[in-house]
Design a protein around this ligand. Structure first.
Ligand code: PLP
Length: 458
């Protein structure tokens, strides 16, 4: 019997030369970003106060294809293209006629998709004479990507890591230090925003908006030597992550398969954007019908329960107000292990596409995510990140539907991160000491009622 083809690979030469920009294909553009103090539309020049021109162009361009600078492509070739896997053993476990594939972003140097954008932003900052990079870090994958990208381009990094993540995932913090980063548990005492918050909330384990304010504050103090980069972002990150979907298309073309369902976890929506947006374009071009599913956590149901309106990303209001689905910037999601699914908002383009019903939303409970992780790890043998578990729940559900109907659908999900550094949390989960965390209805309503930012009409 011939050996099964478990991995569909591409050579370095096949790394795409352009990123794909979904903004070129959204009929109704997003409302403008607003200055958080004056509520006036923010111009590209305003954004250039915070970001290098190249990054601002990535946030604002409506060109469909944006060339990937050669040094970034070269850096990508250290681990890209990532393999597309066929999950034969999971299929067997589920006894399904469905074919399950996953795009393995855990195969990156830092263990997740985050580095695709970290390298792109680091390069743009290095080009304008930057010597250090900084950012807020909700979970270690972004911090690791930040520090490694800075190191690759000859810079240092300051990572404002939420105290909770720092305590829970110490190995990620070690990794950041190992790659030359300075790890600061947030709220820290090194910034005014950190000190102020700490005084009012001495026992806080960290809030993303505050960590963001800390990173922005220190960047603005030492501009342009200290550059601020983003893991979620204002559109530039969706662009950089498109490399995931563009490779996936080439891989499916190679085996002459058209996916029926594309699935990704959804925190800020950049992994989802990465795998889905290029395929949405491809499906239109090739007249194929593909379903896209974003999987959020019931601890932070932004897409299914949020309001479409302007909201803050950082608590100090340095960044513009963003039009997006949000649960309110004061909403503190329960401390599920998938910290990267706890963001109160959603991507700008994802919010528009959701209004246009271009994709489906699934809201998955923490415990179901754990069960799916077992099925995946026990069959495929791969330790996946907490966030990936959410996507696996949906992949399994779709595969089991095929078992009922007898259809052999092609299902693909984004394996957005490795679980190797999260083993401690996994074992806490498996010993069932993990509470059943889901968003508190009253807190969610209260957070939304307290918002005084502009609502966006239909
Ligand atoms: C950041 C992150 C997420 C959540 O963010 P998205 O923007 O939705 O991708 C999910 N998984 C991993 C591994 C991450 O690092």
């Amino acid at each position: 019997m011939p050996m099964k083809q478990r991995r569909i690979t591409l050579s370095e030469r096949e790394i795409p030369e352009n990123w794909y920009n979904i903004r070129a294909d959204i009929a109704n553009p997003a409302p403008p970003l607003l200055d958080s103090k004056t509520l006036k539309p923010v111009t590209a020049d305003d954004l250039k106060e915070l970001f290098p021109d190249e990054v601002v162009s990535h946030m604002t361009t409506s060109e469909r294809w944006v060339p990937i600078p050669e040094p970034v492509r070269e850096a990508y070739s250290k681990w890209r293209p990532t393999p597309l896997h066929r999950a034969y053993d999971l299929e067997k476990l589920l006894d399904t006629p469905a074919k399950i594939y996953y795009k393995n972003e855990a195969a990156s140097l830092s263990g997740s998709h985050k580095i695709n954008t970290a390298f792109a932003q680091a390069y743009a900052h290095q080009n304008v004479g930057c010597e250090r990079l900084t950012s807020e870090v909700a979970t270690g994958q972004w911090g690791a990507a930040l520090c490694l990208a800075a190191q690759h381009f000859g810079m240092k990094a300051d990572a404002f890591v939420l105290k909770l993540s720092h305590l829970r995932e110490p190995y990620h913090s070690h990794l950041m230090s190992f790659w030359g980063g300075d790890v600061k548990a947030s709220p820290s005492r090194t910034t005014v925003s950190g000190q102020k918050f700490h005084k009012e909330n001495p026992f806080s384990t960290g809030v993303l908006g505050v960590a963001t304010a800390e990173a922005l504050e220190s960047s603005m103090k030492h501009k342009p030597k200290l550059g601020y980069i983003m893991g979620g972002g204002l559109g530039q990150v969706d662009l950089h992550q498109s490399i995931i979907g563009l490779e996936t298309i080439k891989q499916f073309e190679k085996i002459d398969v058209v996916p029926d369902v594309v699935i990704s976890s959804f925190g800020a929506g950049t992994a989802f954007a990465g795998i889905s947006y290029p395929m949405m374009h491809w499906a239109k071009e090739h007249d194929k019908s593909i379903r896209f599913i974003a999987v959020e956590s019931s601890a932070c149901p932004t897409l299914s329960r949020g309001q479409y309106r302007y909201d803050y990303i950082d608590t100090a209001g340095h960044l513009p107000l963003v039009p997006m689905y949000t649960l309110g910037h004061h909403f503190e999601a329960p401390p599920i292990f998938a910290g990267n699914l706890r963001f109160h908002g959603a991507g700008i383009s994802a919010s528009l596409l959701l209004r246009e019903k271009q994709f489906e939303v699934a809201t998955v409970h923490n415990i179901d995510a754990l069960k799916a992780a077992y099925q995946f790890t026990h069959s495929e043998g791969v330790m996946i990140s907490y966030s990936t578990c959410y996507a696996v729940v949906k992949a399994i559900e779709e595969a089991l539907k095929c078992k009922e109907s007898g259809e052999a659908k092609n299902i693909v999900f984004c394996l957005d991160g490795a679980g190797d550094y999260e083993v401690a949390g996994m074992s806490a989960l498996s010993s069932a000491i993990h509470p059943l965390l889901t968003a508190d209805e009253d807190k969610m309503q209260q957070s939304l009622q307290n918002l005084n930012t502009p609502l966006i009409e239909n």
